[in-house]
Design a protein. Structure first.
Ligand code: ADP
Ligand code: MG
Length: 670
């Protein structure tokens, strides 16, 4: 076969069955007749074949006979059967038995010479259609391909030692087994994708991903930085003086992990993950103190202007008397001058938005970069920031609780610290799930709370009403809410509101000029409004709960969250039950992930998570972990070991593409 043809054939080999039907058992005709309607595999001789024409159809009728009895058979639009059937031949038929006008008959069955059967008499693979090609055609295509191709010649990317370690078959055999499962295979294992052949492919996909991630990590980390940090009494004293409260145990642990990274000769690459309000900022601040006290510059990047300004105000308050801090956002009038000061090393801490990674921004000696709400940035943006210095230490933070399985898959190249504890003095959020029929009562209570000085979010799934989706919209029910609460200033926020207007509205809400914020999920961007103590969620069954959780309950006052549910689907109700039953954002994110899948949870901005053919990060978490460990073990030999050359060539293009853009030369040894 030519190279190109081979590639196409290989593509087809990766078109895997979605399930398998157990058609191994051949049923005697008499048994099928007494059992009645259903699908059967039957064997026997065919006689009395005749072609009939109706106005629109050509119908072939015949009689199937075995030792136990006979049965009428009907085929539509397969006229050739009338002439091609050999009355002396043994045939295997698989299809549904239905009661027609003349009693039970076998309807449109597959019909094959016994001994060559593809569709019946075995564990039959069922393929998803490709452009109108149905499962029977694909079954024939793949069978022909399997005859034509020696699957043992498919290059095996994985080292034999790993396959042995996990008891997995080589790639060629695995593919063959998936398309042509052996007689003795367990259909339950095949259908739950637990067969050794399935596990081989799942593991292979994970291993390639984890090698990519390990490779990136290696590049970023395993070159000692030309910088080290002092940890002496002076640094400790400043840290103590800066700290406005006692750290939680979780914060102490995270800070200890960060300090260990900074003490090591390699650049830090760490994700600080913690529920909203868990106090990530102060951990970052203390890490920055270490860098600044050592004479290096710090960077603090946030996804929106408002958030950058909030951080700037906070950092200025905590650190302003000791260091020169400046704000970098596109709106700043004297940006050019601030950039000069940064490049000259006069500004020690740069706080800002994407403006920090624009071409015009340069640092004199960037030591530590912090990225807040990391999930809002792509992997690339994080890397551009890293290139603003000589392998700066990097701390990325996320408030979106990311389940462990997803963190492993998407962030396998980072170390992870988790803040799993809230600072003391928080009042728990009272959560209620209420039927939409009680809406009037809910808004009456909200009006009373507003009269009491509270601020509130009212969240909608839709901007405008839709005939297709049964859910409430900001532009419809939202208008009623606004008129009902007319005595309190309100504003609307959603994805179609221009960015500047959005900033203006958030600012007004933070300042208390706006008391009710009607929004779609844009409130997901972590803005801190401790005075917002109420949240009403309309059509709550429609939301990703991780997006919403934690927006309230950020201040000392008791907060309330009311989820109004329309007639939720079973899935929706499941999620709402989780929501009402827990205040733990991590638990909620796990539930979200289970129900909605990872793409949704991370959003489209999350680069780096490939679409797997067959692997599933939740179902196959155990294999993901194995692959992560194996990848770290293989990596040192990846480019030099000839036994790993195939794997290296598969994994590296992606990583190489990055290296080309970000410097460094790499190639596979063989
Ligand atoms: P997030 O993790 O969502 O970024 P923040 O860092 O904004 O959380 O912290 C939320 C609030 O909790 C802030 O007002 C912060 O000052 C406060 N906080 C953080 N850590 C502590 C602590 N150990 N004790 C008391 N308050 C704390
Ligand atoms: Mg934060």
């Amino acid at each position: 076969m030519t190279e190109g043809g081979y590639a196409t054939a290989l593509d087809l080999l990766y078109h895997l069955p979605v399930r398998y039907e157990d058609r191994r058992e051949v049923t005697p005709i008499a048994v099928a007749i007494s059992a009645g309607e259903g699908a059967y595999t039957l064997a026997g001789r065919l006689s009395e074949l005749r072609l009939l024409r109706t106005r629109r159809l050509r119908v072939v009728r015949g009689l199937l006979t075995d030792a136990s009895g006979s049965l009428p058979v009907v085929w539509f639009n397969r006229p050739y059967l009338a002439t091609q059937i050999d009355p002396e031949g043994d045939y295997l038929l698989h299809g549904p038995l239905r009661s027609g006008k003349a009693g039970l008959e076998l309807l449109n069955p597959s019909c094959e010479r016994a001994g060559e059967a593809l569709h019946g008499g075995r564990l039959t693979p069922v393929y998803p259609a490709i452009r109108g090609l149905g499962a029977p055609v694909l079954r024939r295509l793949l069978a022909a391909l399997l005859l034509e191709m020696d699957l043992a010649t498919i290059p095996e990317p994985l080292p034999a030692a790993l396959l042995t370690r996990h008891g997995l078959p080589p790639l060629g055999l695995a593919l063959a087994a998936l398309h042509r499962p052996g007689e003795g295979e367990d259909p339950a294992l095949l259908n739950s994708r637990r067969s050794p052949a399935h596990l081989r492919l799942i593991y292979g996909e994970f291993l390639e991903l984890q090698l990519d991630l390990a490779f990136l990590r290696e590049r970023a980390v395993r070159v000692a930085r030309g910088r080290s940090y002092r940890f002496d009494d002076a640094v400790r004293r400043v840290a103590r003086e800066v700290l406005p409260f006692r750290l939680t145990a979780a914060q102490k642990r995270a800070l200890g992990e960060i300090a260990a990274d900074l003490k090591s000769p390699w650049p830090m690459l760490r994700l600080l993950q913690g529920d909203v309000g868990s106090g990530k900022t102060i951990v970052a601040v203390l890490a920055l103190v270490i860098a600044l006290e050592n004479g290096y510059q710090g960077a603090f990047m946030a996804p929106t202007e408002l958030l950058a300004e909030q951080h700037y105000a906070n950092l200025e308050r905590l650190l302003g008397s000791r260091y020169r801090i400046a704000l970098y956002s596109s709106g700043a009038p004297d940006l050019a001058r601030r950039r000069q000061a940064l490049a000259a090393g006069e500004v020690q801490l740069a706080v800002g938005t994407h403006a920090l990674i624009q071409d015009g921004t340069a640092f004199a000696r960037l030591g530590l970069a912090v990225v807040d709400e990391q999930h809002r940035f792509g992997v690339e943006q994080r890397q551009i920031l890293q290139r603003k210095g000589d392998r700066p230490d990097l701390l990325v933070m996320t408030a979106t609780p990311i389940p462990r399985s997803l963190a492993l898959a998407a962030y396998g190249d980072l170390e992870v610290s988790v803040l799993d504890e809230l600072p003391p003095g928080r009042t728990p959020i009272a959560t209620e799930v209420v039927s939409a029929r009680q809406r009037a009562e809910v808004y009456r209570r909200l009006r009373a709370a507003l009269a009491d000085g509270d601020r509130a979010y009212v969240v909608f799934p839709l901007i405008e009403g839709s005939d297709l989706v049964a859910a409430e919209a900001v532009s419809e029910l939202g208008e009623w809410v606004r008129s009902y609460l007319a005595e309190f200033p309100s504003a609307v926020l959603h994805g179609k509101v221009p960015a500047e207007e959005r900033e203006r509205v958030m600012r007004a809400f933070a300042a208390g000029e706006v008391r009710v914020l009607l929004a779609t999920t844009v409130i997901e961007v972590g803005i801190d409004v401790p005075e917002a103590t109420w949240m009403v969620i309309e059509s709550a069954e429609r939301f990703g709960l991780a997006q919403l959780h934690g927006r309230v309950g950020r201040g000392p006052k008791a907060s309330r969250c009311i989820a109004l549910a329309q007639r939720p689907s079973r899935e929706g109700r499941q999620r709402l039950e989780v929501f009402a039953g827990t205040c733990d954002g991590f638990r909620i994110a796990e539930a979200d992930l289970e129900i909605r899948g990872p793409g949704d949870l991370l959003g489209t901005r999350q680069a780096g998570l490939p679409a797997f053919r067959i692997a599933d990060i939740q179902r196959d978490l155990e294999w993901l972990e194995r692959a992560r460990d194996d990848a770290r073990e293989l990596l040192p030999r990846l480019m030099s070991d000839p036994g790993l050359a195939v794997l290296c060539r598969r994994v590296l293009p992606w990583a190489e593409d990055r290296s080309r853009r970000f410097g460094g030369g790499w190639g596979c040894g063989s």
